[in-house]
Ligand binder design. Structure first.
Ligand SMILES: Nc1ncnc2c1ncn2[C@@H]1O[C@H](COP(=O)(O)OP(=O)(O)O)[C@@H](O)[C@H]1O
Ligand SMILES: [Mg+2]
Length: 339
C-alpha cells in the first residue's frame, strides 16, 4: 500500500474516533462504540484490500456487512481467507459464505460459517442440548474457572458471551474429532470469535444441495443410506449424537454425502435426552431414505445401534421438557443416570 493510501486510511480512522473524543469523557455510548468497531473493521479490511491481501467481492447489505466485517476482521489478519465471494445460505443461526482462501490454507475455496451476533440469533431450544454438557472456551478446552461457570449459570452478559462461544466451540471441536475419525464431514480449518472456517462442499458456481432437495435412484439411495449409518456409528464411537440430523443437514455432492451443522451435539453418556434425540435423528434419516425406496425399520435400527455401544434405552422424555437450570429436571437426570 502506498504511503498516501495509508495516511488516508489513518485520517478516516481519526475522524471516526474524533466523535468519541468530542463526547463526555469516560462515557462512550454503545451506539458510538459499535459504530467505532464497525469503522475499525471496515478500515482494516480496506487496508488489507489495498495491500492486495484481502478483497470483498460480495456486496452485503449494510447491516450484514457490519457484523460480517467484524467477524472476519480476525480472519483477514491470519491469511486464512483472501476474499468473500458470495453468500451460500442464511440458516437459522448463521450465514455461510463462500470464500477464496488465503496463503496459509492449501484448498482454493472455503466455507465460512459466521454466526449471527448472540442477541440476534434465532436459538434452537438449546437447554435440551446443553444439559449434561461441559461448556468450552474459545480454544475448545473445558471452562473450569468458578467465575466463568457462575457467569454462565447466572446468565450475566459475560456468561451469555461464554455460552455463545461454547456453542460454536462444540461445532468446531466435533468437526475436528469426526474428521480425524474419517467421518464424512467438512475438514475444519479454524475457529474464530464468531465463525468457523471449513472445507467448502460444492463447485465454483454451485454449492452442494442438501439431501432433502435430491431424488436418488434406489441403488444409490441404499449405498448412501449405508454410508449415513457408518457415520452414525462413527459419531457414537466418538461419544456424540448429532441432535439435529436430517436430510436438511446432509450435503450431496459428487455422489457422496457430507454431514454438517454440529453445534447442538450431545453426549450419549451425560445427556438425559440422549436416547430420545438419537432416535429422532435416526427416524428423520429413515423417513428420507424410505421415500427414496430403501426399506428400513427406524426404531429397530436406532435400538440396535444404541445398545451395540452399551447404552441403555431409558424412558423417553419429550424434547423441551428438560431445563438444565431447573433442579427438578436435574434430579430426573440424576435418577436416569443411576438407572
Ligand atoms: N461446508 C459447506 N459447504 C457448502 N455449503 C455449506 C457448508 N456448510 C453449510 N453450508 C450451507 O449452509 C447452510 C447452513 O449451514 P448449517 O451449518 O446447516 O447452519 P444452520 O444451523 O444455520 O442450519 C446449509 O444448509 C448448507 O446449504
Ligand atoms: Mg442446518
Amino acid at each position: 500500500m502506498s504511503k498516501n493510501q495509508l495516511s488516508k486510511l489513518y485520517e478516516e480512522l481519526d475522524e471516526a474516533h474524533a466523535d468519541d473524543l468530542a463526547s463526555t469523557p469516560g462515557r462512550t455510548s454503545r451506539k458510538r462504540q459499535s459504530r467505532r468497531s464497525e469503522m475499525d473493521a471496515r478500515l482494516f479490511v480496506r487496508a488489507q484490500e489495498a495491500a492486495g491481501e484481502f478483497e470483498f467481492t460480495y456486496k452485503a447489505a449494510r447491516f450484514e456487512e457490519a457484523w460480517l466485517l467484524d467477524s472476519l476482521h480476525e480472519i483477514a489478519g491470519q491469511q486464512l481467507i483472501s476474499d468473500v465471494l458470495r453468500k451460500i445460505k442464511s440458516g437459522k443461526e448463521a450465514s455461510v459464505y463462500l470464500c477464496r482462501s488465503g496463503a496459509s490454507i492449501e484448498a482454493r475455496l472455503l466455507a465460512a460459517k459466521v454466526y449471527r451476533p448472540r442477541t440476534l440469533r434465532n436459538l434452537k431450544n438449546d437447554a435440551v442440548y446443553r444439559t449434561g454438557r461441559t461448556d468450552l472456551g474459545e480454544d475448545g478446552s473445558a471452562l473450569f474457572r468458578e467465575a466463568d461457570v457462575n457467569a454462565i449459570i447466572k446468565r450475566t452478559k459475560y456468561g451469555e458471551e461464554l455460552r455463545h462461544t461454547s456453542w460454536i466451540a462444540y461445532e468446531f471441536t466435533t468437526l475436528e474429532k469426526l474428521y480425524a475419525a474419517g467421518a464424512d464431514v467438512p475438514k475444519p480449518y479454524a475457529m474464530l470469535k464468531n465463525s468457523i472456517l471449513m472445507e467448502y462442499i460444492g463447485g465454483e458456481g454451485m454449492p452442494a444441495p442438501t439431501l432433502n432437495a435430491v431424488t436418488l435412484d434406489r441403488d444409490d439411495a441404499r449405498e448412501l443410506f449405508d454410508r449415513v449409518v457408518l457415520n452414525l456409528n462413527l459419531l457414537l464411537q466418538n461419544g456424540r449424537i448429532h441432535g439435529d440430523l436430517s436430510s436438511y443437514n446432509i450435503l450431496y455432492w459428487d455422489g457422496g454425502i457430507t454431514l454438517i451443522d454440529f453445534p447442538q451435539v450431545v453426549s450419549p453418556e451425560s445427556n438425559p435426552m440422549a436416547w430420545t434425540l438419537f432416535q429422532r435423528d435416526v427416524t428423520r434419516i429413515c423417513q428420507y431414505f424410505s421415500a427414496q425406496g430403501v426399506s428400513v425399520n427406524a426404531r429397530k435400527l436406532a435400538a440396535d445401534l444404541w445398545t451395540s455401544y452399551g447404552h441403555r434405552i431409558v424412558k423417553e422424555v419429550h424434547p423441551g421438557d428438560l431445563d438444565a437450570e431447573n433442579p427438578r429436571d436435574r434430579k430426573l437426570w440424576e435418577r436416569q443416570q443411576k438407572g
